[in-house]
Design a protein around this ligand. Sequence first.
Ligand SMILES: Cc1cc2nc3c(=O)[nH]c(=O)nc-3n(C[C@H](O)[C@H](O)[C@H](O)COP(=O)(O)OP(=O)(O)OC[C@H]3O[C@@H](n4cnc5c(N)ncnc54)[C@H](O)[C@@H]3O)c2cc1C
Length: 459
Amino acid sequence: MPSVIVGAGLVGSLLAITLKKRGEDVILFERNTDMRLEELGAGRSINLIITSRGLNAVKKVGILEDVLALTVPVTGRMMHSKAGEQTYQPYGKDPSECNFSISRAELNKLLMTKAEEAGVEIIFSHSVHKIDVDKDEIYFTGPSKIERTENFDRIYGTDGANSAVRKELLNLVPASKESMNLINADYKELFMPAAESGDYAIEKNALHIWPRGNHMLMALPNLDGSFTMTLYLPRDGENSFENLKTDEDLHNYFKENYADSIPLMPNYKEDFFENPQGILGTVRANPWNFSDRICLLGDAAHAVVPFFGQGMNAGFEDVTCLMDCIDKSEGDWKLAFDNYSKDQKPNGDAIADMAIENFEEMSDKVGDERFLFFKKVENELQKRFPDKFRSRYGMVVYTLVPYSYAKAAGEIQWQIIEEIAVEKTDLESINWDHALKLIDEKLVPFQKENNVSLERYKH
Ligand SMILES: Cc1cc2nc3c(=O)[nH]c(=O)nc-3n(C[C@H](O)[C@H](O)[C@H](O)COP(=O)(O)OP(=O)(O)OC[C@H]3O[C@@H](n4cnc5c(N)ncnc54)[C@H](O)[C@@H]3O)c2cc1C
């Protein structure tokens, strides 16, 4: 019997390629129609940042170059002040230390095509609604409500944050848990076209941010000279979706907050009023598997808010982790699924927590001078002691250390920063010998205990 993957999104499609290339018999079901044959609905394009964990997973299945061909390198953040001043903060010490902007839809299409080329059959327009593990049967509703039954060996739930597979799995496991917590911020996609010359209207190789406390605008470059913009806004309160009801409200809000972007976004009003408003939240579930029969990956297991740019990267890492567990379990699928769930669940929890913290940081601390000074100190520490100290952001985005390690080490590092920077206001007055002593006493033993390498992931 084949294994059934439910959901041909980013993670399900990558999983299908990976399993098929290992000789597994898999069939992939997708609720939607084939996106390669249709125009994408307005406001649903979403650009993602792909970083070390995502690149590592696509490299393992031999499609790194195809993926990179769809990306625009992003070498730093460009912060836009209300007055229109731009401040560039490079991510690394040179432009090779960068992230990559990619269209979610284009990546998804590529992964589907690669899955088919590997020999995977994708059945579109079929939505799972029930699983009977005793009968080895999974039931889908197809076009015109016609039901289709498929026999299965194993089911992989990659059907996103509202996963139907997760609900079936949790019904099978006594004392299982699930939670979904929305944050009080939704998002809306807007668009900045290429300039008349065809060039990018703002710096091409940057993630642009207009940070305004609990609301902000972001822009990521596309290959064709345009930018996909995302506006994050509270649902209610001051500066919220609730308060932007008319053209005039919107114009005043943009004039006050993002004046420099107005001439570059001729259709921002239409986009704002016509595009769908997306919700953002964290999904947690435990466990991620039911014996050797059902296994969850990607957003189905751990949807996170997008403020660390890691949802897909974490989902791709799930695929890598599951394959390692399969390799180590020598044909014992229950052991493989149990170990995957045990190993990767703490990492899903850690990236969910760090993404929320980043959201709070962006909302509350962006104008906090102490916080910004501590960030400077953090940066200086990693410059001075690169073998021993890497910022939490750097660990998440440029290495393959487990997210749970990055979170725990990040806490130790922050305590060190607080200790050396207390009552200081400039880098010159910091005692760097004392900093090194603290790093050697508190951080290095933790690194050794966890046997991690802070080395930068190089694709
Ligand atoms: C605004 C925004 C910005 C983001 N930025 C980043 C970023 O920079 N970097 C990053 O790594 N991540 C980012 N993310 C997160 C990323 O988009 C998700 O983590 C990723 O898409 C999850 O992939 P997935 O395959 O697990 O789920 P999905 O992409 O949700 O795919 C699930 C698939 O399952 C199908 N499906 C659902 N239900 C059923 C059913 N019952 N039967 C059959 N099929 C079904 C769906 O149609 C879909 O195709 C961002 C998210 C948002 C909202």
